[in-house]
Design a protein around this ligand. Structure first.
Ligand SMILES: C[S@@+](CC[C@H](N)C(=O)[O-])C[C@H]1O[C@@H](n2cnc3c(N)ncnc32)[C@H](O)[C@@H]1O
Length: 400
């Protein structure tokens, strides 16, 4: 019976656990939660033993579907999904951002670095907000920082809209909805700019940006795309509110800020853990990739470029600038992290003119040089689109 202490029990993995790195993370989750185990049934089940807190295991675990005779919280979370992709549940799917983390991995890492509810995790490259939403679900506070206004906006919408669900619905009722859903981009912009509540305005703005993206990338009619996305976003936010009540979740506090990872607006030794993924050297031009959305938000792309790591500079010089920038970021992460705590950096090597840039090695060398200890280096090999192998590393550092 969940809630009672016991000394042995059976855990069952989710069917979607398929890669070796996921099995490794599942085991590290148990180790961090102080559980002894042996693996049985062709790697699908674990017998766990020790002084077990089954209630906590059920609440926290990421890779397990069943604890004893009951489903884990994560089983119910995964079911709140309005998309065809298993990891795009709740509000994760909102906005088609390239290079998102796998949310299940982040939930496991939050366990592995032993963060408890009330602790604060920092992601200085918050991107599409994955770390923020996963921390929020576990009752862990999160500070998310990104240089991109689009990332700041989408991360806020994914984690803050639940607090203004009624206002979002009321605003939809208040205005003439036929006018609203038939408006072109410009008219819609005028309607949205009149919304006073910032969280409500952010929600409508992102719905508009998703529609712009669908219109440009998928050639969908703007009004149709807006109507479809708006309604789906609303359903996902409702799902989230329902889930909080069903599982009686005590959500973490999320603070999303616009800022530069090279110069963190945080005091020394104020953070309990870091989980982040910086740009992979010069692999992706984040400014070009989000050009339409950034322009629609009114930004001058030339000014913005100068602040983006991995984007600034030209030719070979871009790699040198990237390395300098990343040294500064690692020093900042070290400075703000409390002693005895962990920083997880997920990183992969990019290629430039046919040659591999050894970013992973560079990060390990620099981090250890300034005092971090590399406690785990997990190879994350996955097969992406068209079975192309992608290799990344999950580096877990400790500030001793
Ligand atoms: C690999 S992505 C992070 C993706 C994220 N883990 C997710 O799940 O969506 C890297 C991010 O770094 C951001 N970035 C680039 N330069 C930055 C800087 N100087 N300070 C903060 N963020 C920056 C980019 O905007 C991009 O969102």
């Amino acid at each position: 019976m969940i809630g009672e202490k016991t000394t042995s029990e059976k855990l069952v993995l989710f069917e979607n656990v398929q890669f070796i790195y996921e099995l490794a993370l599942a085991q590290f989750e148990l180790i961090s939660l102080g559980v002894g185990f042996e693996i049985t049934n062709g790697l699908r089940e674990f017998n766990v033993f020790g002084d077990l807190d089954l209630k906590k295991l059920k609440k926290r675990l990421a890779y397990f579907k069943i604890v004893g005779s009951e489903y884990t919280d994560y089983y119910f979370i995964l079911r709140k999904n309005r998309t065809n992709s298993v990891n795009q549940y709740l509000t994760h799917w909102i906005y088609p951002y390239k290079g998102k983390f796998h949310p299940q991995m982040i939930r496991a890492l939050l366990n592995i670095i032993k963060l408890e509810s009330g602790d604060t995790v920092l992601d200085p490259f918050i991107g599409s907000g994955t770390t923020a939403l996963e921390a929020q679900l576990l009752g862990i506070n999160c500070i998310g920082i990104d240089i991109s206004p689009l990332c700041v906006l989408q991360s806020k919408v994914k984690t803050e809209s639940i607090y203004v669900l009624n206002e979002i619905c009321e605003y939809k009722e208040k205005i003439d909805s036929s006018l609203f859903f038939s408006a072109d981009e410009k008219k819609l912009e005028r309607i949205i700019s009149n919304i006073e509540n910032e969280k409500v305005r952010n929600f409508y703005t992102i719905a508009k940006l998703v529609a712009i993206s669908d219109n440009i990338r998928r050639k969908k009619k703007f009004q149709d795309a807006f109507l479809k996305n708006f309604n789906l976003m609303l359903l996902s936010v409702k799902d989230y509110v329902e889930l909080v009540n069903e599982l009686n979740l005590d959500l973490g506090h999320v603070d999303i800020r616009s800022g530069d990872a090279r110069n963190l607006p945080l005091s020394d030794e104020s953070i309990d853990g870091v989980i982040t993924s910086p740009p992979y050297s010069i692999a992706l031009d984040y400014v070009k990739n989000d050009e339409h959305a950034l322009k629609a938000l009114g930004y001058d792309l030339r000014n913005i470029r100068e602040e983006f790591i991995g984007v600034r500079g030209k030719g070979r010089n871009r790699i040198e600038l990237y390395n300098e920038d990343m040294e500064q970021v690692i020093r900042e992460i070290y400075r703000v992290l409390k002693r005895g705590k962990y920083a997880v950096i997920i990183i992969g090597n990019a290629t430039y003119q046919g040659k591999e840039i050894k970013t992973t090695e560079f990060i390990i060398n620099y981090a250890t040089q300034i005092g971090f200890k590399l406690v785990r280096n997990i190879n994350k090999i996955i097969f992406g689109l068209y079975n192309v192998m992608q290799r990344e590393n999950i580096l877990i550092f400790k500030k001793e």
